[in-house]
Write a protein that binds this ligand. Structure first.
Ligand code: 13P
Ligand code: SF4
Length: 358
């Protein structure tokens, strides 16, 4: 990556990565009781469950059984306005709940844990980001959805990994120069694929940042027929080894549509549940995170996503706590770039998935 394009150095130590939460194991009976209790509460409160692919299988199964949705962040954003339910319960991270509220202000939006955030969001604070934008006022501001409502409000466009490339290509065709934040790896990938003039913010995802290229080469030698599936938040040296680079939805589709029987997967291992459900006969191998003897902070699982559990979900529905509130004028400003993305997706025919599909 050309360091000339990295204009702002993020202080990595400022991003505090929490310990993985340890949920007390539930017996099958306890799980069934808790699940029935949550289903009743969802029903009573006219609430729909929207879960990301990185959350626990228990939550993904519950979302599907109750007519909610399990999706990537683009589809999670779109789902809220397609359902009639008065309440949306977003099992994912903070920016996903905020995006749901930005699009659906009339709905009550709850999250199991308000501390569930994202290293990209934490590493892109509005004051520093605003100064960066002011210093490059000639550029179109494109921000990844993994950002706060304040950062979105400062942007011209919001994108998710599923739609970043077509939007940037579209802007490049209009001769626009782009300021991109916060994920430098996704930004660099989009820059390479589109040829656009992009100035990058220096942020990254603590989960994808830890994939190790030498260890991946070694695993590929052991599994020469495996296809390598990579989320574009991964470093360049990992993307360089990919057979498929794409959003979580695109990677899940690849497992069922490709003929390969083995896949090495460079993204959060929470995704394995859906991949295995769609393609039970395929072998899924985790892309290595820690090098020889090294330790890893995340070990390919997002500690913030893991804050979502059956227990925290039940507690939220019981108490009504953890409601996302966004100031009306901030919401209106943040909606503009989000709506632009949704309208673009609509025009491009990037279809809302059928329920239960990847
Ligand atoms: P997707 O939009 O591909 O689901 O990615 C969201 C995310 O946070 C990946 O780390
Ligand atoms: Fe953020 Fe990375 Fe977690 Fe996705 S996996 S929510 S990008 S920290």
């Amino acid at each position: 990556m050309n360091s000339d394009n990295l204009q702002t150095k993020t202080d990595k130590s400022a991003v505090e990565v929490p310990e993985h939460p340890h949920w007390p194991p539930l017996s099958e009976m306890e799980k069934q009781q808790l699940t029935s209790h949550i289903k009743r509460l969802l029903d009573e409160q006219d609430a729909a469950l929207v879960a990301h692919y990185y959350t626990s299988p228990d939550l993904q199964i519950l979302a599907e059984e109750t007519g909610g949705c399990v999706a990537d962040s683009l589809e999670m954003a779109r789902f809220g306005s397609k359902v009639k339910s008065k309440t949306l319960v977003v099992c994912g991270v903070r920016f996903m709940g905020e995006t749901a509220k930005i699009i659906n202000p009339e709905k009550r939006v709850l999250m199991p844990d308000m501390e569930a955030t994202c290293s990209l969001d934490l590493g892109c604070k509005i004051d520093e980001f605003s100064r960066f934008c002011d210093a490059h006022a000639d550029r179109t501001i494109v921000v990844y959805a993994n950002t706060s409502a304040e950062v979105k409000a400062r942007a011209d466009w919001v994108v998710t990994s599923g739609i970043a490339l077509p939007i940037v290509k579209h802007l490049a065709e209009q001769g626009k120069k782009i300021l991109w934040a916060p994920d430098k790896h996704l930004g660099h990938y989009v820059q390479q694929m589109s040829g656009a003039d992009i100035l990058l913010w220096d942020g990254s995802c603590v989960v994808h940042e830890e994939f190790k290229s030498v260890a991946l080469e070694r695993i590929r030698r052991i599994h020469p027929d495996a296809a390598v599936l990579v989320h574009p938040e991964s470093p360049q040296a990992i993307i360089d080894q990919a057979d498929v680079v794409g959003s979580t939805t695109a990677l899940i589709k690849a497992v069922s549509s490709m003929d390969n029987l083995e896949f090495i997967v460079a993204t959060d291992r929470g995704i394995f549940h859906k991949m295995q459900q769609q393609a039970p006969n395929k072998l899924l191998i985790e892309c290595p995170t820690a090098g020889d003897g090294a330790s890893c902070q995340s070990c390919a699982h997002c500690p913030w996503m893991e804050m979502n559990s059956l227990q925290t979900l039940a507690a939220t529905l019981e108490s009504g706590r953890n409601t996302i509130e966004i100031d009306a004028s901030l919401r209106e400003r943040a909606l503009r770039p989000v709506q632009r993305m949704l309208d673009f997706a609509e025009q491009q025919g990037i279809q809302m998935k059928k329920r239960g599909d990847a």
